[in-house]
Write a protein that binds this ligand. Structure first.
Ligand code: BTN
Length: 253
């Protein structure tokens, strides 16, 4: 990554052709001593992983499929905050590099005109309430064309090239992301979640909108109201009851 302006993130990069998942590679690299900031990039993934056991479509050469090793000295229950921080960093990087109207759907999907363009998957390993390490997996559909998507994804997924009308240099976007992430991460470790929360709220396409979410207690419908200081989403139901959503997915209604 020529000209990268970060101090730590992405200073060590492992680039692969085809892999099963960059997440798997990053976990293995940590086991053999990889340090914070190590980045794994692949041209294609044959078994890209999404959140909640879903698959992630990762065709060759068209996207950014990457995993970043982090070792924040914070308790395990801060993970949701890191998830939201990752989404803010990625959203800001995309705004800087391309002309698209992009926003965040809670917790960390990036949407353009309601369609998903990028997803983030954080996997961690912890011990005694402390995080040992986090692998931030980031998938960005950069230069995919409509025909690169299987039929069933076309109504829900899009790419930066489709939406901006021009191909984007992947390296530029990776560098922009690493720089945004490094700055926000330093701010977070110094000042805590409050500044990140404000940035997330400003980029959200979720807040004040009617949403639906499936929880172990059943389906909840209401208006997404705000983030709390753990990163949970507060939803106000029709009867005025306030419910917190800690994990899972929401649908915009
Ligand atoms: C989601 O929205 O469900 C998260 C998708 C995360 C995909 C990325 S691509 C790079 C990294 N390797 C994986 O196997 N998954 C993540």
């Amino acid at each position: 990554l020529q000209g990268l302006k970060t101090k730590v993130l992405g200073q060590k990069v492992h680039v692969y052709g085809e892999v099963d998942s960059t997440q798997t590679i990053a976990h293995a690299l940590v086991a053999s001593g990889a340090s914070e900031g190590t980045l794994v990039l692949a041209e294609a993934q044959t078994a890209g992983r999404g959140r909640m056991g879903r698959a992630w479509h990762s065709p060759a050469g068209k996207g950014i499929w990457m995993s970043l090793v982090l070792t924040p000295k914070v308790p395990v229950y801060f993970m949701p905050q890191l998830t939201l921080l990752s989404a803010v960093a990625l959203c800001r990087a995309i705004q800087k590099v391309c002309r698209v109207d992009i926003g965040i759907k809670w917790p960390n999907d990036l949407l353009i005109k309601g369609k998903k363009v990028s997803g983030i998957l954080l996997e961690s390993s912890g011990e005694d309430e402390r995080l040992k390490y986090v692998i931030a997996g980031i998938g960005i559909s950069v230069n995919l064309k409509v025909e690169d998507y299987p039929e069933e994804l076309r109504s829900v997924a899009t790419s930066l090239a489709i939406e901006s009308g021009t191909d984007i240099k992947r390296e530029t976007l990776v560098q922009a992301f690493l720089l945004e992430f490094e700055e926000l991460y330093a701010l977070y470790l110094q000042e805590g979640f409050s500044p990140i929360r404000l940035l997330w709220e400003a980029l959200s396409v979720t807040l004040k909108r009617p949403i639906r979410t499936h929880t172990p207690m059943g389906v909840i419908e209401g208006i997404a109201d705000s983030l709390d200081d753990t990163g949970a989403l507060t939803v106000i139901k029709g009867d005025g009851e306030r419910i917190k959503v800690y994990s899972g997915d929401i649908e915009l209604r």
